[in-house]
Design a binder for this molecule. Structure first.
Ligand SMILES: [Zn+2]
Length: 398
């Protein structure tokens, strides 16, 4: 097979060289840094190929001339850019997943419709709601504990909400069994559980992230993109008899992870944390101050960086269900990559990994910080030595 011509058509091509020069050329005019003053529009009500939050975030990167055009034109422009730079394989995968989701949503009858849009008063405990409404670091701190650096624990959901959600999940699983529908599991590590986004809860979870988790992440995790979270992967995991037992040591594919225990009765299943690490240092040892174990309580949330290494011990009896929301900041990386040559040779699905390798130092990685301190310590020691030497020289001269 020839390596020329059409065989290479799924590689993104640069601007004016391609037949679709207009789109590519236009995309090159996206700003490198977002316009922070611009207030983006909402895209929830539109039929789009990507999450509405991605469009809102990406809007800040539009060239100034496009900021005030009709919303539908902005959406089309951004959609074209996003689609253009997804390699063909990735585009097909995204299309297949969209069809998979539509098939479920068209056939599955939700049991509790009230779960499918956020109702703060019935979802959240009053203390959490008040803290979010006050929207200050002090108000957030007043409802949280930080038992280990970068791990925040707080009550979030009302017991009734947890129960409704558990019953909805049960209903969905019953439907899966009855119809023999082959569902995709939440990730490579969990054989049980379900992706909530796949059976209609995507919009609700997007709102949960945008209105309730992003304000917290903006304060506590800004250095990993906490203020620009714009997409999520929302799912439940299930542990116990006839379910998953434990979960190996890993990092999440997220900037920020929200982990909430929904119930039911169980023992064991503790989360163990072992320090935040960048890709380069992900397998390094942990230090005593990084070791932290956490026992789940229904309705209570744990919020941490995706790169905070963790695992779950065996659930020894009963049945435990946890809601996981992997929150990501995609538009930021996407625009940055549009401006790097490397992007043309790489694949959309690995770009999150790539950016991690590009950095030699991460302020949030425990090991990078230790290396930096060690370098500083050596420098300081060397400086002291030189000073001592100079002082002695002066004394000798005097
Ligand atoms: Zn590091």
């Amino acid at each position: 097979m020839s390596l020329h011509g059409n065989d290479r058509r799924d590689e993104p091509s640069m601007g004016s060289a391609g037949a679709n020069g207009t789109v590519a050329a236009a995309s090159l005019r996206l700003r490198l840094n977002p316009n922070k003053e611009h207030k983006p529009e909402g895209y929830e009500d539109m039929e789009l190929d990507f999450s509405p939050n991605i469009f809102s975030s990406l809007e800040r990167y539009l060239p100034p001339s496009m900021l005030n055009v009709a919303r539908v034109d902005k959406a089309k422009f951004m959609r074209d850019i996003l689609l253009k730079y997804l390699p063909l394989g990735e585009r097909n995968r995204a299309q297949k997943h969209k069809e998979y989701r539509q098939k479920i949503i068209a056939n599955y009858q939700p049991l509790h419709r009230e779960l499918y849009s956020v109702n703060p008063a019935t979802f959240f405990v009053p203390s959490f709601l008040k803290a979010i409404n006050d929207n200050t670091e002090q108000s957030f701190r007043s409802i949280m504990s930080e038992p280990a650096p970068g791990i925040f624990v707080f009550d979030i959901f009302q017991p009734d909400f947890c129960e409704l959600l558990l019953s909805e999940i049960e209903n969905f699983e019953k439907w899966v069994t009855e119809t023999k529908f082959r569902i995709m599991r939440p990730n490579t590590m969990n054989k049980y559980g379900a992706v909530l986004d796949d059976f209609g809860l995507e919009t609700m979870l997007d709102k949960l992230m945008e209105g309730f988790i992003r304000p917290l992440s903006k304060v506590f995790f800004a250095e990993v993109g906490g203020s620009t979270l714009d997409s999520h992967h929302g799912f439940v995991v299930e542990y116990g008899k006839d379910r998953d037992v434990d979960l190996g040591f890993h990092v999440d594919d997220s900037e920020v992870t929200l982990n909430v225990c929904l119930g039911k009765q169980f023992s064991g299943g503790e989360l163990f944390f072992r320090g935040v690490r960048c890709e380069k240092h992900v397998n390094t040892g942990s230090h005593s101050e990084e070791i932290f174990d956490y026992c789940h309580v229904p309705g209570r949330a744990v919020l941490h960086r995706g790169r905070h290494r963790h695992g779950a011990r065996a659930t020894t009896s009963g049945h435990r269900v946890n809601l996981l929301l992997w929150c990501r900041s995609l538009s930021n990386d996407f625009v940055r990559l549009l401006h790097t040559k490397l992007f043309w040779y790489t694949h959309y699905s690995v770009f999150r990994e790539m950016k991690r390798y590009q950095k030699d130092f991460s302020g949030w990685c425990g090991e990078c910080n230790r290396e930096k301190k060690e370098r500083q310590r050596t420098t300081i020691a060397a400086t002291r030595l030189v000073s001592l030497y100079v002082i002695r020289m002066f004394r000798a001269c005097a």
